[in-house]
Design a protein around this ligand. Structure first.
Ligand code: ADP
Length: 523
């Protein structure tokens, strides 16, 4: 009978006596319920969950640092710093034996290899790997499950993850921990705090499972796009490892040695059957994808493989060679204009550099001067900090009107409108300060701004240029946009050492400490 079958399964699982007793009791209960009743189904599902959870089952943990290093290199191009930190982290874990240390948080834009690094960590430890996404989780029950009295109750994502891991010591990736939300149904981050706390997670309680579950052997790793969005108490438990975007050269290498062979294999093609010429690959990077990571690049290569496979089968062709010329036949018209920077010098338009969750980006700041009474209008979905920064920029110009050869009473006769296009994207932060001043001065004096200059820097009321964050991501995006010259705060000079060689060779970086220097260089 069914109950006998379940009892037999119970014999074969590894679990503490308390767990086995509980399951046994539930099986007894199931026997007494008529098979046709709905309650039977609920009890059966519950028993199945308890039987399938890895209570004691674990994989042999073996860490060989040399092997780990080899695996990390095998799976990833570059990422030297990140790999080094991962290896140190693994070494410490091995020394202390019990996982009590901080939790690794891999932070960076999409498609830079965070998930894939975590996978390699699992592989090098010989542990199973599971991943759950926390993006959009806003309900505590999604972490901790619903009580069984609920219709359609289920365990939370942690227990679901453990079931698919199949062992009690997997590497467990909590993806997008910065994208969790909070609302009236409770705060998922406090439940997560319990999951990650070594003092509490030996007896993690899931509302559905009801029995305490031991998570202390799990190696949790988290990922985030924006570290600043992670709830503070969670962040305190983590050691953040930042991974930034790739340069064009790095992308070419990744595509050639990793993504292309991987996609060929997944589509059952050989190198003889489909080739992508180097110029075509560069065009994909420049004109069909515009991103900090390589996610869309990989997708685009997959698209080419798919189309090639079809052509090989449909026609009598033996090989497909993708060239710069025939690329549009496969991918359609170019999606991005490489070097989005302006075509000519404009009055009142300046390119700024911004840091966003998906990496760096260029933004064009436009200023118009209209007859009016000194009103400052701001459009383009600017955040509070950015609006204040615009006010500061405006005040600075008023205080220096003389010097700029602007009529001292300009603010009584004109309104100033600052617009930052792509208005639907929210923008914030103080780092567009010097860009806004430059655009305003250009608009008020009719002097055009060099189109191949981009800039970033906060401004004070006295015109001092203050440091900003994310210079590396910003420089990568300037390079993607075809900018030639970057003005950045002098106090950020130390960050230049993080910027890849190829970018330093292609762009001129000029440190500035005062607004006067910026204007001299840009106008
Ligand atoms: P993330 O988790 O950061 O969004 P993924 O790990 O999903 O990014 O990476 C997207 C794809 O790009 C994966 O197929 C991954 O293997 C590949 N990839 C990313 N970085 C590298 C790299 N440095 N070397 C080789 N492949 C990479």
């Amino acid at each position: 009978s069914e109950a006998e079958e379940l009892r037999e399964q119970l014999q074969n699982i590894e679990a503490a006596d308390t767990v086995k007793e509980k399951i046994s009791k539930e099986i007894d209960r199931l026997e007494k319920i008529p098979t046709s009743s709905a309650e039977g189904g609920v009890v059966r599902t519950y028993i199945e969950w308890l039987l399938e959870l890895p209570w004691e089952k674990e994989t042999m943990d073996d860490l060989d640092i040399h092997l780990a290093e080899k695996i990390l290199d095998e799976d990833h191009y570059g990422l030297e710093k990140a790999k080094e930190r991962v290896l140190e982290y693994l070494a410490v874990q091995k020394m202390v034996k019990v996982m009590k240390g901080p939790i690794l948080c891999l932070a960076g834009p999409p498609g830079v290899g965070k998930t894939s690094l975590a996978r390699s960590i699992a592989r090098s430890l010989g542990r199973n790997f599971v991943r759950i996404s926390l993006g959009g989780v806003r309900d505590e029950a999604e972490i901790r499950g619903h009580r069984r009295t609920y219709v359609g109750a289920m365990p939370g994502r942690i227990i679901q993850g453990m079931k698919s891991a199949g062992s009690k010591n997997p590497v467990f990736l909590l993806d997008e921990i910065d994208k969790m939300a909070m609302d009236f149904r409770g705060d998922p981050s406090s439940a997560l705090l319990e999951v990650l706390d070594p003092n509490q997670n030996t007896t993690f309680s899931d509302h559905y499972i009801e029995l305490p579950y031991d998570l202390s052997n799990v190696m949790f790793i988290t990922t985030a796009n924006a570290v600043s969005q992670i709830p503070r108490p969670l962040l305190d438990r983590m050691e953040v490892l930042t991974i930034s975007g790739y340069t064009e050269l790095e992308k070419e290498q990744i595509a050639k040695t990793y993504l292309y062979p991987k996609q060929l294999k997944e589509h059952g093609l050989s190198k003889e059957q489909m080739q992508i010429k180097r110029e075509a690959m560069l065009k994909i990077i420049r004109n069909y994808t515009r991103e900090a990571g390589v996610r869309n690049l990989e997708r685009t290569i997959a698209t080419l493989c798919r189309k090639a496979a079809k052509q090989l089968l449909a026609g009598n062709r033996k090989r497909i060679i993708i060239t710069e010329k025939n690329l549009p036949q496969y991918l359609g018209a170019e999606k991005v204009r490489y070097g989005k920077a302006e075509d000519e010098d404009h009055i009142g338009v300046v390119t700024g550099l911004a840091w966003t969750e998906v990496g760096g980006d260029t933004l064009s700041i436009e200023v118009s001067v209209l007859p009016g009474k000194g009103k400052l209008m701001l459009t383009g979905k600017l955040g509070d900090v950015m609006q204040e920064s615009a006010q500061a920029a405006f005040s600075y110009i008023r205080s220096r009107a003389d010097f700029f050869n602007i009529a001292p009473d300009f603010h009584e006769k004109y309104d100033i409108h600052i617009h930052i296009p792509e208005g639907a994207t929210p923008k914030d932060g103080p780092s567009a300060g010097i860009t806004m001043v430059t655009a305003m001065v250009s608009a008020l004096t009719d002097i055009p701004v060099s189109r191949d200059v981009a800039m970033t820097g906060e401004i004070t009321l006295r015109g001092r240029v203050l440091p900003i964050g994310g210079l590396k991501e910003k420089s990568l995006s300037a390079h993607r946009a075809g900018i030639k010259h970057v003005l950045f705060p002098k106090e950020n000079e130390k960050d230049l050492e993080d910027i890849p060689e190829s970018i330093l060779n292609d762009l001129t970086f000029t440190p500035v400490s005062h607004m006067d220097e910026v204007l001299k260089l840009a106008l």
